[in-house]
Design a protein around this ligand. Structure first.
Ligand code: SIN
Length: 290
């Protein structure tokens, strides 16, 4: 069994997400199909693959088409699968939702992951959507004057608000089903260009997010907060949003270099279980000129 047919890529209305049909991801991809898939992903940073039957081992295999594994800190991996984490929430859990506010995965790392793959193993009958914002279109929609103001800036990223000793997950919550690791390590900071250039598409994206971006280099706290507040609001304007409503056995893939996302709630009384891998990325490159 192998995949040699043409890919069926169906763009969604918002223009940055697409459904991919006509592939059985359990089977090896012929070289031409792998190339076509990477091309589709460069055009549509959020791709979803309905009706796939993947185990954690197969998810690791599919992840490999997009590059080597990333490093996933602060979450215990699934037993027997070093590179898979379970994004899990039990029916009666009251702990904060993992990934429940706008973020780009692990943007506090020196080389944050390029991609994340999320497979819907147990999908609730309602709620539990994953919501995305297109950070390229958000940048392109700013005035040339605002773009020029942002281009030389670096933003400060940190895992502290989530995984630090005073972060969201530091509260001892007996109902939590995920094994999250809180550590003083999380208080470290990393600088990244506020506007990054995508290495494949060449497009510029606002590279900030509501959870991990805690300031702007060289600005006072109140100055950076005012600018970030404006940009956070702008980034998630409705015209930049794609809301992914899950069906069971769907694989979702996104590009952390040019979209931000969050996990929505609304499924109280039902369980949700996803298997997740990340793909190693590169140091974000500044887009100093447009
Ligand atoms: C995540 O932020 O990786 C989790 C997204 C989700 O559970 O929908």
């Amino acid at each position: 069994m192998s995949n040699t047919a043409n890919l069926d890529v169906v763009p969604q209305a918002q223009g940055f997400a697409a459904a991919v049909r006509g592939l059985d991801l359990r089977a090896p991809l012929a070289a031409g199909i792998e190339r076509a898939l990477l091309d589709a992903w460069t055009r549509y940073p959020v791709l979803y693959f309905p009706e796939q039957v993947l185990t954690p081992a197969l998810l690791e295999q599919v992840s490999g088409y997009f590059g080597p594994f990333g490093h996933d800190p602060y979450v215990q991996p699934k037993a027997g699968f070093e590179h898979v984490i379970e994004v899990r929430r039990d029916a009666h859990e009251t702990a904060p939702i993992f990934g429940g506010s706008w973020h780009s995965d692990w943007s506090f790392q020196a080389t944050p992951p390029s991609a994340t793959l999320l497979y819907g193993e147990v999908v609730p009958p309602r709620g539990g959507d994953t919501v995305f914002a297109d950070a390229c279109r958000a940048f392109e929609a700013l005035s040339p004057t605002m773009q020029q103001l942002l281009l030389p800036l670096n933003a400060v990223h940190s895992a502290a608000p989530a995984y630090g000793p005073k972060g969201l997950f530091s509260r001892d919550d007996a109902s939590r089903s995920m094994q999250i690791i809180v550590s003083p390590e999380a208080d470290k900071t990393e600088l990244h260009p506020l506007v990054r250039r995508h290495p494949l598409s060449g497009r510029c994206a606002l590279y900030i997010n509501h959870v991990y971006t805690i300031g702007i280099e060289g600005m006072r706290g109140n100055e950076s907060q005012a600018l970030l507040d404006f940009l956070f609001k702008h980034l998630v304007r409705h015209e930049f949003i794609y809301r992914h409503h899950w069906q069971p056995r769907t694989l979702l893939l996104w590009d952390n270099r040019c979209v931000i996302h969050y996990a929505d709630g609304g499924y109280e009384g039902h369980s949700r279980l996803m298997f997740r891998t990340t793909v190693a990325g590169e140091r974000p490159q500044a887009a100093r000129a447009v």
